[in-house]
Design a protein around this ligand. Structure first.
Ligand code: NDP
Length: 364
């Protein structure tokens, strides 16, 4: 198959709130961004639009006093980005080469070269790694095991059934509460005796008569048969080490997320978990011209509004960089597209040749 080559000033990876906000800003700056996102893949659990596509009510996104459904909010973001000329490409990126600018991205039949790259690839659900959890036919994934209550909870297989939600954070509380709309009973299985979830989410779950907490319990295995799907979970009590079985017909894993950064390993500086490093003063990574925004660089706030905020920042950073203006790196130095480095104290400019000159304004 012929390989098509595309050239751009700005390429954005990811179409959640961060990527689409970066697209709105860079499109309005006449940079005709190309936004690349993974196609819908039920096995890999990818959906263009990011995590809000699998959320119901969003009540904390400013501007929507009555709340808005996650997919509807993302559709509005997308239409706004389209309106100013963003182009969309739904393909898997197989490789990136960030050694030199223009940076090169490879898909199955396209080569994309870009002067700046904005990474907004988000984060994905984590799994326990216990027997029975893998996709069918190896385990019961897709046959009673899921990592997305909003996507799978309404399915007939889970209606009026006993379900287990694993985790003690806000996601687990949200999923458990949501599942009570359909299930006969929801057990929240948590490995400690204290929840990590915010107080309001805990209280909602505690008040819900269909939810029962199983404390201090580690999931050892998800049990079932190919014919009937999930029949229970084998748990280990953290205090006395005793094993016991909790009967259920479905298991929802809600133990947090992993940043989608495998593509950039060895090329961009990351923290030990894999979140891309930026310093908050800008969205620049250690590679001049590569910016990161949203959940892929935020292990702390992880909200749609903060993702949108950093998406805006990364578009402004890319725009500044393309305008030959300095942008602050994670090290605190500033760099320009010409490869000039401005020292952390802002007093010196180190030219690409190595020559050092003063950055102080000339005296009057
Ligand atoms: P968190 O990291 O907050 O919580 C993960 C939970 O899973 C913890 O209770 C953790 O246990 C448990 N866990 C992690 N690994 C394992 C494992 N291997 N085995 C068993 N249990 C495990 O992730 P969330 O996805 O819940 O939340 C992420 C962020 O998103 C938070 O900032 C949250 O506030 C936010 N959020 C907000 C929502 C809202 O406002 N509506 C909804 C959902 C999320 P332990 O506590 O022992 O570490």
């Amino acid at each position: 198959m012929a390989t098509e080559e595309i050239r751009r000033q700005v390429v954005i990876i990811g179409s959640g709130p961060a990527g689409l906000t970066a697209a709105i800003y860079s499109a309005r700056a006449n940079l005709t961004p190309l936004l690349i996102d993974a196609p819908v893949d039920t096995e890999k659990q990818t959906t263009p639009g990011g995590q809000l596509m699998i959320t119901t009510d969003v009540e904390n996104y400013p501007g929507f006093a009555k709340g808005i459904e996650g997919p509807e909010l993302m559709m509005e973001f997308r239409k706004q980005a389209e309106r100013f000329g963003t182009e969309f490409l739904e393909e898997w990126i197989t490789k990136v080469d960030l050694q030199e600018r223009p940076f090169t991205l490879y898909t199955e039949n396209k080569i994309i070269r870009t002067e700046t790259l904005i990474i907004a690839s988000g984060a994905s659900a984590k799994w326990l790694g216990v027997p029975g959890e893998a996709k069918t036919p190896v385990g019961f994934g897709g046959n009673g095991v899921s990592a997305c209550a909003t996507c799978d909870g309404p399915l007939p297989a889970f209606r009026n059934k006993r379900l287990v939600v694993v985790g003690g954070g806000d996601t687990a509380m949200e999923e458990a509460t949501f599942l009570t709309r359909y299930a006969s009973k929801v057990y929240v299985v948590h490995r400690r005796e204290k929840l990590r979830a915010s107080k309001i989410m805990q209280e909602k779950a505690f008040r819900n008569e269909k939810i029962e907490f199983v404390w201090n319990a580690d999931v050892q295995e998800i049990l079932g048969t190919a014919e009937h799907g999930v029949t229970g979970v084998r748990l280990r009590n953290g205090s006395d080490g005793e094993h016991f079985t909790l009967e259920c017909e479905g298991v929802f894993i809600a133990i947090g997320h992993k940043p989608n950064t495998d593509l950039f390993k060895g090329q961009i500086d990351m923290d030990p978990v894999g979140y891309l490093l930026t310093n908050g003063h800008s969205t620049a990574t250690n590679i001049p011209g590569v910016f990161a925004c949203g959940d892929v660089q935020d292990s702390v706030y992880r909200q749609a509004i903060t993702a949108a905020g950093t998406g805006c920042m990364s578009a402004i950073d890319a725009e500044r960089f393309l305008d030959h203006l300095p942008v602050e790196m994670p090290s605190g130095e500033e760099v320009t597209i010409e490869g000039e480095h401005i020292t952390v104290d802002r007093k010196l400019i180190i030219e690409p040749t190595g020559e050092v000159i003063s950055n102080e304004p000339a005296p009057d």
